[in-house]
Write a protein that binds this ligand. Structure first.
Ligand code: EPS
Length: 391
């Protein structure tokens, strides 16, 4: 299964195509729209989110509410396009100096992209580098999440740190409970006390013309053991998940389970002892590995965190250069968010779901949901027999 996306931040639409989706999956636009609305939310977002009301439209691949096995084409309209038709026109006669950007923002793709593609107007870079593109990735990830849910695999993302404030670790909740708890939280955070301090930090940063980053965690439950593999570097699921999260704009670090903390602890503390329970099932009393050993799921929940840097567009800009004049200047100021970590968490949930679904389909491949179910149930049966025959 693979996907492609296209679309500029202020172009007419965002487009996505998923190829390799099995037939027979019951799929509704509403299921995707709920996730798109969550991506638009979170305290600290800028003016653009009050213009947009992201909604997906199926263009192909779904008939009478079910996937048919052909490529699924998705579209999300940019409402703001109506204000940008001239600036973003594909027509050569419409060329304009309006909204031209020549002072790159430190931390953004502006300079690197301008140098790489020889753009004089850095808008040619920022329009695609914009995190607006992640709206389509949330839609695509939602399709993957739905397929996984069919097999009892559920994921959720929540904020664990923002603007230097850390939330209390809560490990006992299921994905469904976390979803319920964060539904009324302005920052998708499980710790109300920490959240209050985070909200204050966002207000403070906003007043100063500054921005904030943070850390979100994605938790996935109900996974079978055996997704990914130890046999080759590019089949290791931990590397694929880390790569997926690093592909989200602004992500600068990823950790799994204990993550960076494991490096400072001894092996006897870090590793999760293995036991059989009364039913002969494998159990662990800890999950420091974050559900992955040897690049493979071990049947425990996946716990993966991503660190997002503060958004590079600052109302009080940093020193930069003007590529048009060749002189020092200040970085361009565009409309932007003070903090988009809650939004990034929804994107994180989506890209993790995508990568897990891809790996699920590699192991239990099938052109239809029926075939997939057959292969999955058969695998679970074989695992049970394997464990039974050794005890
Ligand atoms: C975003 C849309 C963008 C930004 C933001 C994310 O819209 P606009 O540029 O029109 O305000 O709000 O993008 C960035 C922070 C960025 O640096 O590119 C969205 O839909 O998430």
């Amino acid at each position: 299964m693979r996907f492609l996306t296209a679309g500029e931040s202020h172009g007419p639409v965002l487009i996505g195509i998923i190829e390799g989706l099995p037939s027979g999956l019951v799929l509704s636009e509403d299921y995707i729209n709920e996730r798109l609305a969550r991506r638009q939310g979170g305290y600290g977002r800028g003016g653009r989110m009050s213009i947009e009301e992201d909604r997906v439209k199926f263009l192909s691949g779904v008939r009478f509410g079910k996937t048919v096995g052909s490529p699924l084409a998705l579209q999300i309209e940019n409402k703001d396009w109506s204000n940008w038709q001239k600036v973003m026109s594909p027509n050569p006669q419409a060329e304009t100096e309006q909204r031209k950007l020549t002072c790159p923002r430190p931390g953004h793709a502006d300079l690197a992209g301008g140098l790489k593609y020889f753009h004089r107007d850095l808008r040619d870079v920022l329009e695609r580098a914009s995190a607006r593109e992640t709206a389509m990735r949330v839609a695509i990830g939602a399709v993957a999440a739905l397929l996984l849910e069919h097999f009892g695999i559920r994921s959720v993302a929540h904020i664990v740190a923002l603007g230097g404030v850390a939330a209390l670790r809560q490990t006992e909740y299921s994905a469904t409970v976390i979803k319920e708890k964060i539904a009324s939280s302005p920052l998708y955070c499980l710790d109300p006390k920490a959240e209050k301090l985070m909200l204050d930090e966002i207000d403070r940063a906003g007043k100063k013309g500054d921005t904030l980053g943070g850390v979100f965690e994605v938790m996935v439950e109900g996974l079978p053991s055996g997704l990914g593999s130890h046999v080759h570097w590019d089949r290791r699921l931990d590397s694929r998940l880390a790569g997926a999260l690093m592909s989200i704009p602004g992500i600068k670090g990823v950790e799994i389970g204990l993550g960076f903390d494991a490096a400072g602890k001894s092996g006897s503390i870090v590793h999760d002892a293995i036991a059989f329970n009364e039913e002969g099932k494998i159990t662990r009393s800890t999950n420091h590995a974050g559900g992955l050993e040897g690049g493979t799921t071990n049947g425990q929940d996946i716990i993966i965190r991503a660190a997002m840097k503060p958004i590079p567009t600052l109302k009080k800009p940093l020193p930069s250069i003007d590529l048009a004049s060749g002189k020092p200047d200040f970085a361009a100021v565009e409309r932007s968010d003070v903090c988009a970590v809650p939004a990034a968490s929804v994107v994180g949930e989506a890209v993790v779901a995508w990568e897990l679904c891809r790996s699920f389909l590699e192991k239990f491949s099938g052109d239809s949901l029926q075939e997939l179910e057959f292969s999955y149930q058969n695998y679970l049966k074989l695992i049970r027999e394997y464990l039974h025959s050794t005890s």
